[in-house]
Every structure is written in structure tokens, then in C-alpha cells.
Design a protein around this ligand. Structure first.
Ligand code: FES
Length: 118
């Protein structure tokens, strides 16, 4: 079972689980507080669930077409290397970081793993 580490916590999920679902099921969220309710709820259109996902190359599914499309729109930059938690499926152990900004488009939030979402 893959382990997802986020903000100083860890949860396990079935292989193939969407990262957003794994986090929500564990009482965590890939969304900043401002958009924790007002988001597309996993349709891959709002872009607010963008996160940095580190792990082995095969630990996540390849980016979907919708994910590539959304992460190519401002305020995101396609070269930022972020993933949409609602589109990214987990197949192995990963470390997840939320960046600053409503869409998670900013710099990595160094304190997020210690103190929660900002
Ligand atoms: S929840 Fe809107 S893009 Fe992922």
C-alpha cells in the first residue's frame, strides 16, 4: 500500500487512488483554506489542488490531458513540475508539498510541513 506524506502526517491508500481523495479521506486537503470549498471538486478544471509530488518515477500516474491543459493556464506554468492532486493517481510512496498562492502556484511553503496550510 502506498504511503502519502503531507504536512508532517502520513496516510496509506490503495494503489490507483487519486491523491486528492487519499488526502481528503485522511482529513487533509490539497487546497488552501480560501478554496477548500469553492473548487471544482476533482474535475480537473480549477487548478487549486496543484501540489508538488516527489517520489519514484512510477509512484504516480502520468499527467492526464486535462491536467496538462489546466497546468498550462495562468497562474500556473507548465514547467513548474506541479501535479493536480485530483488527476494524479498514487501507485507508490510519495512526499507531497503545497506551494504558496491560491492555486499553489507560488514558491514552496517551507513551513507547510510543520504548521499546516497557509
Ligand atoms: S480539484 Fe479542481 S483541479 Fe483538482
Amino acid at each position: 500500500m502506498p504511503t502519502v506524506r503531507f504536512q508532517g502526517r502520513a496516510t496509506i491508500c490503495k494503489p490507483g487512488t487519486a491523491l486528492r481523495d487519499a488526502l481528503l479521506d485522511a482529513g487533509m486537503t490539497p487546497h488552501h483554506t480560501a478554496v477548500s470549498i469553492l473548487n471544482c471538486h476533482g474535475l480537473g478544471t480549477c487548478g487549486t489542488c496543484a501540489v508538488q509530488v516527489d517520489g519514484a518515477a512510477d509512484a504516480t500516474s502520468p499527467p492526464t490531458a486535462r491536467e496538462r491543459w489546466r497546468l498550462g493556464l495562468p497562474p500556473h506554468r507548465r514547467d513548474a513540475g506541479l501535479r493536480l492532486a485530483c488527476q494524479c493517481r498514487i501507485n507508490g510512496d510519495v512526499e507531497v508539498r503545497k506551494h504558496r498562492g491560491v492555486w499553489g502556484q507560488g514558491a514552496p511553503d517551507a513551513g507547510a510541513s510543520e504548521s499546516g496550510i497557509r
